[in-house]
Design a protein around this ligand. Structure first.
Ligand code: ATP
Length: 905
């Protein structure tokens, strides 16, 4: 049988899953304290990175050719052929050149957008917890090597093929390898050599998802040598650059193009049969129409606008995993947020210890193991500390965290609350490592949000075994039979504990309960939930976890933006309410508990969910019901999550938001967006950017369409009324593809308008173009057509030649475009401000480029030959400028009138 490894192994052909753990350690020259860094470096040189080959992207040539794969380009190329046949060689050449320039621009822009998105996605590349040189640390999954000792827990994606050396309630979803939908239970014991993959209980396979529990395993295969690598799965390639909005625009574009063709054909027939035009001239005219009426550059500019939005969000710590979220974020009406770590700092400090007889306060900040204890309600600090010792020791032993000092600061490796308990023990004078060595751990039940406690079984220094439990106070009290007292256990005084819990929680403190049981029967097999009963309750520890100060203003911003914020937490109702009040979450805080959610029918939950702003003691299943209830009212819901069980709620939410630091792989994969700093503020920043992106898309469209509309109207008028074309097809192409794309791109970079977060979210189903913007498109198209035709006929009437008149028309359209650009930058407020005038570097650069391009277009002999243009005089220039200023004034007046009438932009 082939071995499942990349390393060469000593004798025997027994596969890893059938070998005892000790043999695996020695075969891979590793130990329970892991590899040393140097060894790991050498091994990575030997075995290569732990990564699967990426699916190759499209070849650049194919990507370039794809730019031509579009009905409009076919049409333009056909027009070029027609022009060639009709002897318009220059026109044909220009059409081809413009099409090629357009394809090059599209190719480069698309490549840049894709690169940016890939770079942003790599900001959330997965890490694995490993033991190296005896200490727990994090390494990039790519850097894992055979022999590494990896720690996994619920929510992790197994980072390589592991031979498990420890499994605690470990269940893994292996559907992707075995097709088995029930999660597989894992153990350390070897299994028979010939069992199929799905029965190799002693292995965890790369790419599978840890559904529950904890474990540790030695890496036996990485990269392509893993089971998943062997079935040659390639990492999914780049996600397509598309969103519902782009698809909507694409399909609109296709229908519009067909409409234009039909119109063009009808006009061609009309021109030839009714007007008696020469068919060659008529053909060139309708080509001009089709080219003029279709906004060729629009899709490219919108894609770029979205990509810029993604980049801005990433700069504000919100990484978009799925492009459509950029649009949805702007429409968000409710943000459901976790409390711990998102609204609060997740920097815990144990402040109070409560026993049946004493209340002790600990000073100190952060995780530094220094501080003093003061008894509250008594003078005897020493007696209070003595009474608290068992609670503090229980907190140290029923604990997986470690403190480490780096750069003069104390940091936690593991759960912050557990880190605070280690610091508390050190403050109380316990020698942390010594105590942990004195009480070796035999077994444990990992913390799970479903039962809300953690239990560990230890060998007591005096012999026998002891069970330590810590968890949500109600959960621990429910399995306690008595409480510790100076003379030995006495019956539980529930009233005392309830009072103390409410007191601490009311102050915003997070409360944990502690209990123990002596003689916990170490021979009774693996520790199960059933063993956690009949405990002696020891006391409580209350922690402070201060709210993040910046969240207060972010919540205020949400409220002014018409976005409701709801806290959904596993914590105690009183703690949650106190923190919510400190954050100014709602004027009339209403707290609903998980139990009330359970008791409510789906219909009742809708009312509850709408009213309440805090959901406490909830489990992840409640989150799913709450999102559904809120969505049923038409709300667009963003929901945060970090655990493996949060994945369904994250998928259900309109925008699932996963935590980048404390979130599990499962949560990140289910989410649309990942927060690099786990901070609520970043969600609000993303909403802000989402609104800006959407505004900018609307601006781009509202700005582009009238140019095409104006050109279309002018050409149709010429055909219908039988006058000569005011522009040639190649001149129209020049405007639409060169000038319009350059100016339109500037809108993609627009910063947020003042007051983006002072207006209500846009209704979810709202059309992209509001009735006002539609009116605007029609109105401005009309103004474009009228201005161009007036200038055209005035020039002809003055006795100018046709070529000069056409040059004036093209220059006039470009000048109007520039003025209109300034007007559109502020949808509702006036653009005639200092800020509007100075505008952005992007706008100034685009205008400068366009001015230079127009000068070349008008005066450069080469361009004059190609585009059939003539130089214009200074006076002509002034007249065109005056037309532009007049046009701007009309539009500003229109804005004022619209605002007076209270029209929604
Ligand atoms: P949020 O949902 O806002 O992040 P949370 O961290 O309190 O809040 P959970 O992780 O579901 O939510 O925890 C629920 C409760 O379980 C906590 O309030 C605490 O009482 C208890 N608890 C949390 N972590 C542990 C742990 N490591 N050991 C024992 N009990 C814990």
């Amino acid at each position: 049988m082939e071995r499942d490894v990349n390393p060469e192994l000593p004798a025997g052909i027994t596969p890893w899953h059938a070998l005892p753990v000790e043999t695996v350690y020695s075969a891979l020259q590793t130990s329970p304290s892991g590899l040393c860094e140097q060894d790991a470096m050498q091994r990575i040189a030997t075995y290569g990175a732990n990564a699967l080959p990426e699916a190759p992207g499209l070849h650049p040539v194919v990507r370039f050719l794809a730019q031509f794969n579009n009905a409009l380009i076919y049409f333009l190329l056909a027009a070029a052929v027609a022009a060639m046949v009709l002897g318009h060689a220059v026109d044909a050449g220009v059409i081809v050149a413009v099409v090629v320039v357009n394809a090059i621009v599209g190719f480069i822009q698309e490549g840049k957008a894709e690169e940016a998105l890939a770079a942003i996605r790599s900001m959330i590349s997965p890490h694995a917890a490993v033991v190296r040189e005896g200490a727990r640390t994090e390494v990039a999954v790519r850097d894992l090597v055979p022999g590494d000792l990896v720690l996994v827990e619920a929510g992790d994606r197994v980072p390589a093929d592991l031979r498990l050396v420890r499994a605690r309630s470990l269940r893994i979803d292996e559907a992707m390898l075995t097709g088995e939908s029930v999660t597989a239970e894992k153990r350390e014991a070897p299994v028979a050599a010939d069992v199929p993959l799905g029965d190799r209980q002693s292995m965890a396979f790369s790419g599978t998802l840890v559904a529950a529990g904890q474990g540790a395993g030695i890496v036996v295969a990485t990269g392509q040598a893993t089971q998943i690598g062997r079935i040659s799965v390639l990492i999914a390639g780049v996600e397509p650059l598309t969103t519902p909005l782009l698809r909507q625009i694409d399909s609109f574009g296709r229908r519009f193009t067909i409409f234009c063709f039909i119109m063009a054909a009808a006009l061609f027939a009309f021109a030839v049969s009714v007007r008696g035009h020469d068919w060659a001239d008529a053909l060139m005219a309708v080509v001009a129409l089709a080219v003029g009426a279709i906004p060729e550059g629009l899709p490219a500019v919108i894609t770029i606008t979205l990509a810029i939005g993604v980049r801005r969000m990433a700069a504000r710590n919100a990484v978009i995993r799925r492009l459509p979220a950029v649009e949805t974020l702007g429409a968000t009406t409710i943000i459901c947020s976790d409390k711990t770590g998102t609204l609060t700092r997740n920097e815990m400090t144990a402040r109070h210890v409560v026993t049946s007889t004493h209340l002790l306060e600990a000073s100190g900040a952060g995780y530094a193991p220094s501080g003093v204890f003061t008894a509250i309600g008594s003078d005897d600090d020493v007696a209070a500390l003595e009474a608290s010792e068992e609670v503090i020791r229980c907190g140290l032993l029923c604990n997986d965290a470690a403190l480490e000092q780096a750069d003069g600061r104390w940091r936690v490796s593991g759960d912050p609350m557990e880190g605070a308990l280690v610091a508390l023990a050190a403050k109380a004078g316990l020698a942390v490592d010594h105590v942990r060595a004195e009480w070796p751990r035999l077994d444990e039940i990992p913390f799970d949000a479903a039962h809300r406690f953690m239990a560990t079984r230890h060998v007591a220094p005096g012999g026998g075994s002891v069970l330590f439990v810590k968890g949500a106070p109600e959960a621990v009290l429910a399995v306690s039979a008595s409480e510790a007292a100076p003379g030995g256990p006495v019956p539980l005084d529930m009233a005392h504990w309830d009072r103390e819990i409410v007191r601490a929680a009311g102050a915003g403190e997070r409360v944990l309960g502690f209990a123990m049981k002596a003689n916990a029967g170490e021979d009774a097999g693996p520790l199960g939930l059933g063993a956690v009963e009949g405990l002696v309750f020891l006391g409580l520890v209350a922690f402070i976890d201060p709210p993040r100060s910046e969240v207060v203003s972010a919540i205020a911003e949400c409220r002014s933006a018409g976005i409701a914020v709801k806290m959904i937490t596993g914590d105690h109702a009183a703690t949650a309410a106190a923190i919510a009040a400190q954050l100014g979450l709602d004027d009339h805080l209403e707290v609903v508990t998980g139990a009330e959610v359970d008791a409510a029918s789906d219909a009742q939950l809708v009312t509850l969910a709408r009213r309440a702003s805090v959901f406490a003691r909830t489990s992840p299943e409640h989150k799913l019901r709450i999102v559904r209830a809120l969505q049923s009212t038409g709300a667009v819901v963003a929901m945060t999550g970090d655990g493996v069980n949060d994945a369904p709620a994250l998928k259900q939410a309109d925008v699932g938001v996963a935590m980048g630091i404390k979130g599990t792989e499962a949560a990140k994969e289910a989410a649309e967006m990942v927060l690099l700093d786990d901070n609520f503020v970043s969600i609000v920043a993303a909403v802000h950017e989402g609104r800006t992106v959407y505004d900018n898309v609307r601006k781009v469209i509202a700005w582009t369409l009238p140019t095409s509309g104006g050109e279309g109207i002018a050409v149709i008028a010429a055909i219908l009324f039988g006058f000569v074309m005011p522009m040639t097809p190649v001149q129209i192409l020049w405007i639409n593809l060169i000038v319009t794309v350059t100016l339109g791109l500037a809108l993609a970079f627009e910063p947020s308008e003042p007051g983006v977060m002072d207006r209500a979210p846009r209704p979810a189903g709202a059309a992209l173009l509001s009735p006002f913007l539609l009116w605007r498109v029609v109105f401005v198209s009309g103004l474009f057509a009228v201005t161009t035709l007036s200038i055209f006929f005035a020039a002809l009437a003055e006795g100018r030649d046709l070529e000069t008149a056409r040059t004036l028309v093209v220059n006039a359209i470009v000048v109007l475009e520039v003025f209109y650009l300034y007007n559109v930058r502020y949808l509702s407020t006036t653009s005639l401000t200092l800020r509007g005038g100075f505008s952005t570097p992007a706008v100034l650069m685009a205008v400068a480029i366009v001015v230079l391009a127009q000068i070349a277009f008008t005066y450069l002999p080469l361009m004059q030959n190609v585009f059939d243009t003539r130089p214009v005089t200074f006076r002509d220039g002034l007249i065109i400028l005056a037309a532009g200023i007049g046009f701007m004034c009309v539009l500003e007046v229109e804005k004022v009138v619209a605002r007076r009438l209270g029209v929604r932009m």
